[in-house]
Design a binder for this molecule. Structure first.
Ligand code: APR
Length: 231
């Protein structure tokens, strides 16, 4: 028999114990920055230099932090399960922890792309992780963060829905479920599929679903999940 498909939807709380701020907790990023200015398509058109500066700062922080034990435990679960991660996070901590199947719904911080041809995507390195409006790619074009800005379509939502529909076990970690379409994914979980939700705070999950809440941070929460899966 093949391995069971364990689909995990992660949000900012997954990386909180690595030292990356969440967005909506107190002290979160959206208290310090105006989301419309730095992370929306209108903001990008208004002041692209400010948007570049914001993502440069995020990258400079990302290269200094490490995956946490929660990321690592999810990667290790690949031994026993067909683990598919759907992440709203733009960091690369799942990959750096060893997860091999990671779908990024909101883009990837360490990538940029041509503003003229969106199929030209470039991977940045820890040593060269900043771009400005003066930077040019090999075709002489400006580049933008490979990020889904607010106000833009979410192209990866279709494959994420498909994965969600195929799940034998569904796990949600560290997301306030405020941002759509990601927050709507739970509606695609097949009836009867066990759902686990790991978050130290109560989360507004859709009513009427049989969700097993694990009220812990990601690291401890994933450890508890693994114990529960063994039973
Ligand atoms: N472990 C697990 N969860 C945690 C931890 C932790 N150590 N610390 C905080 N959390 C939880 C919070 O309780 C909250 O429910 O993580 C969640 C973070 O929620 P948000 O800050 O809203 O982040 P997220 O849901 O990922 O945001 C979705 O919004 O701004 C955008 O594009 C951005 O992808 C992001 C999207």
């Amino acid at each position: 028999m093949g391995k069971k498909k364990l689909v995990v939807l992660t949000g900012a709380g997954m990386s909180a114990e690595s030292g990356i701020s969440t967005f909506r907790d107190s002290g979160g990023l959206w208290e310090k920055y105006n989301v419309e200015d730095v992370a929306s398509i209108e903001g990008w058109h208004r002041n692209p230099a400010l948007v570049q500066e914001f993502y440069n700062a995020r990258r400079k922080q990302l290269v200094t932090v490490q995956p946490n034990d929660g990321h690592r435990a999810l990667a290790a679960l690949e031994q026993d399960y067909d683990v598919r991660i759907i992440t709203q996070n733009v960091d690369n901590l799942h990959e750096r922890a060893g997860s091999t199947q990671v779908l990024h719904l909101h883009g990837e911080l360490m990538k940029v792309r041509s503003t003229r041809d969106e199929s030209r995507i470039y991977e940045l390195t820890p040593d060269h992780c900043e771009i400005t409006m003066e930077s040019r790619d090999e075709y002489g074009d400006t580049m933008r963060p490979h990020i889904v800005f607010f106000g833009e379509a979410v192209p990866m939502i279709e494959p994420a829905i498909e994965l969600t529909e195929q799940a034998d076990i569904y796990v949600v970690i560290g997301t306030s479920l405020n941002v759509y379409p990601a927050a709507g994914l739970l509606h695609y979980v097949r009836r009867g599929t066990p759902i686990y939700l790991i978050d130290p705070q109560p989360v507004n999950a859709p009513a009427g679903m049989n969700i097993h809440f694990i009220a812990k941070g990601a690291t401890q929460g994933v450890a508890e999940l693994i114990e529960l899966l063994k039973k």
